[in-house]
Design a protein around this ligand. Structure first.
Ligand SMILES: CC(C)(COP(=O)(O)OP(=O)(O)OC[C@H]1O[C@@H](n2cnc3c(N)ncnc32)[C@H](O)[C@@H]1OP(=O)(O)O)[C@@H](O)C(=O)NCCC(=O)NCCS
Length: 214
């Protein structure tokens, strides 16, 4: 039987998640939004309650970019009885010791070499490369083309902008990007980033201005 998938979200990432689902042979049966709306790519848009009524026992993917909303919707999906197995595009390259927790969404063209732990509901956009001995905390977001070298630890809810790079740590002493940190587009991280800190540039430095918003 073709697995049925409910896609939480109705924006660009949700459409991308539905694409991955199709590529895996799943049936993307619904997009979930605050209110019903016109079908998207022939997939109906409905509320979470309606999705739970129509598709009991289906799997779900939380396909929203904002990590805080992703957390909230993951709890909603669990309350409604949806399981969120990892949704990994078939082009993904993985080696030994690579593990994905529930809810992980990996879009096409990502590489995880060896010994990489990807936490719950982490978002991995197209063309991300992750080298050996990397841990990625729950609900972190890796934008398209992020590159992470070996021996790196990325905290929960961290955001790495498009094209950001992270230099290597050392065995047993990972370069750490703290929980909730924000790494701007194109930045190169060469040293630890404290939890909640916002950095930009090459090499990455703290953003001086509070008016820089994600
Ligand atoms: C950092 C960021 C949030 C700043 O956005 P913003 O608040 O609109 O900032 P502005 O474009 O008004 O620029 C403000 C200043 O910061 C600089 N700046 C902006 N983005 C920068 C970046 N990524 N790296 C270095 N400097 C940056 C600008 O040059 C400007 O400098 P100035 O005041 O000297 O002229 C944004 O550039 C960014 O990185 N967003 C992430 C986007 C992304 O990766 N999305 C992926 C979705 S999948």
């Amino acid at each position: 039987m073709v697995p049925t998938l409910v896609v939480f979200g109705a924006g660009g990432l949700a459409r991308e998640a539905a694409m991955v689902a199709r590529r895996l042979g799943h049936e993307a049966a619904a997009f979930v939004d605050r209110a019903p709306g016109p079908a998207i790519h022939d997939i109906p848009v409905m509320t979470e309650a309606e999705a739970a009524r129509r598709h009991p026992g289906a799997d779900a993917v939380i396909a929203v970019g904002d990590h805080a909303l992703r957390r909230r919707l993951a709890a909603v999906a669990a309350d409604l009885g949806f399981a969120c197995p990892a949704l990994i595009d078939p082009t993904t390259v993985t080696g030994p010791g690579v593990g994905f927790a529930d809810g992980v969404l990996v879009l096409p063209g990502a590489v995880f070499t060896v010994d990489v732990a990807v936490g719950a509901h982490v978002l991995v956009n197209p063309g991300v490369t992750i080298a050996h001995d990397v841990a990625i905390g729950a609900f972190a977001s890796l934008s398209p083309g992020v590159h992470v070298a070996g021996n790196v630890a990325i905290g929960e809810d961290a955001f790495l902008g498009i094209g950001a790079s992270v230099a290597n740590g050392r065995p047993g002493r990972p370069l750490t990007i703290g929980a909730g940190a924000f790494v701007a587009a194109g930045a190169t991280v060469t040293a630890e980033v404290a939890p909640g800190l916002r950095v930009a540039g090459v090499p990455a430095r703290p953003l001086p201005s509070k008016d820089l918003q994600p």
